[in-house]
Design a protein around this ligand. Structure first.
Ligand code: ADP
Ligand code: TYD
Length: 207
């Protein structure tokens, strides 16, 4: 059982490369907090609201070359704005704990650095249209080859980023490590190269 104490209204995000176990751990944390009596909203990006889920379908399916990094940045940001307005902010205002699978750090890592050299535009757009940072971010770090194999083993059409290959995942991992060390105030680095129970126990303890 987790005693989240003053966690009401808090905004917790999970970040990391594709297949690193974010969805698994976000759900496990949400379940533990609910078991402890907290009111939790578990959500994800891209998506988490009706409009943002429609944008998700556009960005995650189809050919890797379907969108440029700049176009992706605009689409992910539009989705985030809708998600913030419709889901995240109302839940926080109601005192619920919001747990989100990916948020703005993913845009910094993928569009800002790994897919394009757009970090300045990413930061400006974030400041102009989003302006919210999580209270706490778990960055799950792990070997990109193992994570990519896990991701590719999943079936479904949402494979556009996995189809960009291992070198993208390696670049993204490096940026997440940098982000975690640049923001020690809110980021906690978690070793994802362990079984799911061990990772979940570590996260619960760090919370
Ligand atoms: P992400 O959301 O980061 O893409 P998922 O949580 O969806 O990752 O996990 C990707 C795949 O790996 C899923 O099939 C999941 O069951 C599996 N998985 C998650 N965590 C672990 C772990 N610690 N060890 C082995 N497999 C895992
Ligand atoms: P997600 O469904 O979380 O993928 P996975 O479960 O494989 O980790 O996210 C889909 C993809 O979208 C993922 O490859 C990362 C990418 N993405 C960005 O490039 N920028 C963003 O801002 C976000 C939120 C996701």
């Amino acid at each position: 059982m987790i005693d989240a104490g003053p966690a009401s209204g808090r905004f917790i995000t999970f970040e990391g490369i594709d297949g690193s176990g974010k969805s698994t751990q976000a759900k496990r944390l949400a379940d533990s907090l609910r078991d402890a009596g907290h009111d939790v909203v578990l959500t994800r990006e891209p998506g988490g609201s009706t409009g943002a889920e429609e944008i998700r379908n556009l960005v995650l399916t189809g050919d890797p070359g379907r969108w440029s990094a700049m176009t992706e940045l605009l689409l992910f940001t539009a989705a985030r704005r809708d998600h913030l307005e419709k889901t995240i902010q109302p839940a926080r205002d109601a005192g619920q704990i919001v747990i989100c699978d990916r948020f703005a750090d993913s845009t910094r890592a993928y569009q800002g650095a790994a897919r394009g050299d757009l970090r300045e535009v990413v930061d400006q757009l974030h400041a102009l249209t989003i302006g919210v940072e999580p209270d706490l971010t778990f960055v799950i770090d792990m070997d990109p080859a193992t994570a990519l194999a896990r991701g590719l083993a999943r079936t479904g059409a949402e494979q556009r980023f996995e189809d960009m290959g291992l070198s993208l995942q390696q670049r993204v991992r490096a940026v997440f490590l940098e982000l975690a060390s640049d923001h020690p105030d809110r980021c906690i680095l978690i070793d994802g190269n362990r079984d799911a129970d061990t990772v979940a126990a570590d996260i619960a303890q760090r919370l």
